[in-house]
Design a binder for this molecule. Structure first.
Ligand code: CS2
Length: 488
């Protein structure tokens, strides 16, 4: 079967939405680092909206820092792909044309640097996951033992890390008399803009203090909150779409109707007149905190408990009444730790979240969310736990979610089926857990990871006791039994 491409675009069925603009007339004002499904279903759609609205500056040059997989999917398709929006019974297919080129950075580092340094580039967006910032979460300093960062500390001729590319490109811009670009982190991290800025400035300072000063003065690193559920595409999704389109699309993404992007209104150069789903604001932190602690916190709890119970998808977990009560209890706990923006009605937000999780056609796998827990738990579950303990409040549901994460590290679910623990600390965590004989010992072992659990919290006896209580139940009776305590 032939592939989706500029040539086959005209052959698609009439109900498929396609770019309303001339792709040949687009210039690329955006470079994206870390092209994965989330970028294709979120920021790329926002820039595609700008192109559809007639502002032709917002094409995207996207880069992968490691794998050629996305380039190999998209290049034969001239960068075109389908966004499939699924909402229960309804499904809408739209072809996104914003991505003009995909660069595999290790193969063509100079091409990525040239794109970043181009006068056309005004905005650089990043989805490099929590671990891509190369900052120690406990100290905020660069992780100098990271081999890629260590290489970038020596030379930025062919950078290895995202901060490395940004510093090298900003140096070229300064030398060429250009302004910096606005660099927008789109990862689920608290204060993601400040973190990106910290990493970039620290690395720049190690190479050239005057460059660091120039970036600090002229650059912009707005904070953002990004939200859209984008489950990984499966072979069945691709096959089903091929039947509908009449051509194959290996770069398709599937997602929900909801899209939200809250961006701090702090750009150092041009930006599009943003449309649906994007809010510019002075203060992103309250949005970010609510989203991380309610949506992502519940997601991680559902992922580990559902995963341990051998349940494949988020919506399947929520068919259990006790799982719904658990999620509501987790939200009751997390909610007291928030300072939501006045426009955010938390009760309505919770109802909408539950409906989004219930979407049966998304088929969001618990395994996908369980990935990289050591990087995700601090902002999703441990920060609200610390705030509740400070206020002398109970932490039952939040700590069950953390205990389930600890149990997940054993690499077996409740029926004994093995799973891969996909986490940068997997080997270190497995080694620490190996010689622990009791639930209390395993809890103590996990609390030694300073980068995950801040030491003052790790010393809190109430947390230790609660985690040990839940881990014992999980180990002897399983996740469904633990969840049963939340039955109304
Ligand atoms: C999920 C997120 O995989 C995960 O960790 O919690 O990707 C989540 O789907 C998005 O943040 C939703 O905006």
């Amino acid at each position: 079967m032939s592939r989706l491409s500029s040539t086959t675009l005209a052959t698609l069925p009439a109900d498929i939405i396609r770019p309303a603009y001339d792709r040949a007339a687009v210039t690329c004002g955006v470079v994206h680092i870390g092209i994965g499904a989330f970028h294709r279903a979120h920021q790329a759609v926002v820039f595609d909206d700008a192109l559809n609205a007639g502002d032709m500056r917002w094409g995207i040059i996207a880069a992968s820092l490691r794998s050629p997989a996305v380039r190999d999917q998209m290049q034969p398709q001239d960068g075109l792909y389908t966004m499939l929006v699924r909402d229960g019974s309804h499904e809408q297919a739209r072809i996104i044309g914003a991505v003009q080129r995909v660069i595999v950075a290790p193969e063509e580092p100079q091409a990525l640097l040239a794109a970043l340094a181009s006068a056309d580039t005004h905005i650089v967006t990043l989805t490099i996951t929590e671990k891509g910032y190369k900052l120690d979460p406990a100290t905020g300093a660069l992780i100098e033992t990271d081999p890629q960062l260590a290489a970038d500390l020596v030379s930025l001729d062919s950078p290895q890390t995202a901060p490395g590319y940004i510093v090298a490109a900003l140096a070229r811009r300064r030398a060429a008399g250009l302004q910096p670009f606005t660099a927008i982190s789109c990862d689920n991290l608290p204060h993601n803009g400040a973190r990106l800025r910290d990493a970039v400035l620290a690395l720049a300072r190690r190479h050239d203090a005057t460059l660091a000063d120039w970036i600090a003065q002229h650059g912009a690193f707005p904070e953002t909150m990004v939200d859209r559920i984008v489950p990984a595409t499966t072979a069945e999704d691709i096959a089903a779409l091929a039947t509908r389109l009449g051509v194959e699309d290996q770069a398709m993404v599937k997602t929900e109707p909801f899209l939200q992007w809250v961006i701090e209104d702090k750009f150092c150069g041009p930006r599009p007149d943003f449309g649906a789903g994007v809010q510019l604001t002075a203060a992103v932190a309250p949005w970010e905190e609510a989203k991380l602690r309610l949506l992502n916190g519940a997601h991680s709890g559902i992922a580990y408990l559902g995963g341990l119970a051998g349940i494949e998808h988020v919506h399947d977990v929520l068919t259990l009444p006790e799982a719904r009560h658990f999620v509501e209890s987790l939200w009751d706990e997390a909610e007291t730790t928030l300072s939501p923006p006045p426009e955010l009605d938390i009760a309505a937000y919770r109802r909408a979240l539950m409906a989004r999780f219930d979407n049966p056609t998304l088929r969001h796998r618990t395994r996908q969310i369980a990935m990289d827990g050591s990087q995700k738990l601090p902002q999703r579950l441990l920060a609200p736990i610390a705030a509740r303990l400070d206020a002398g409040q109970r932490i039952d549901a939040l700590s069950l979610a953390v205990a389930a994460w600890i149990r997940w590290q054993a690499g077996r679910d409740d029926s004994g089926t093995r799973h891969q623990v996909d986490d940068p600390l997997a080997a270190a965590m497995a080694a620490t857990l190996a010689d622990r004989q009791s639930a209390a010992g395993r809890v103590a072992a996990m609390l030694t990871f300073d980068a995950v659990v801040p030491p003052p919290l790790a010393r809190d006896e109430r947390l230790r006791a609660s985690l040990t209580h839940w881990l014992s139940i999980l180990e002897t009776d399983g996740a469904q039994a633990a969840l049963a305590s939340f039955r109304a």
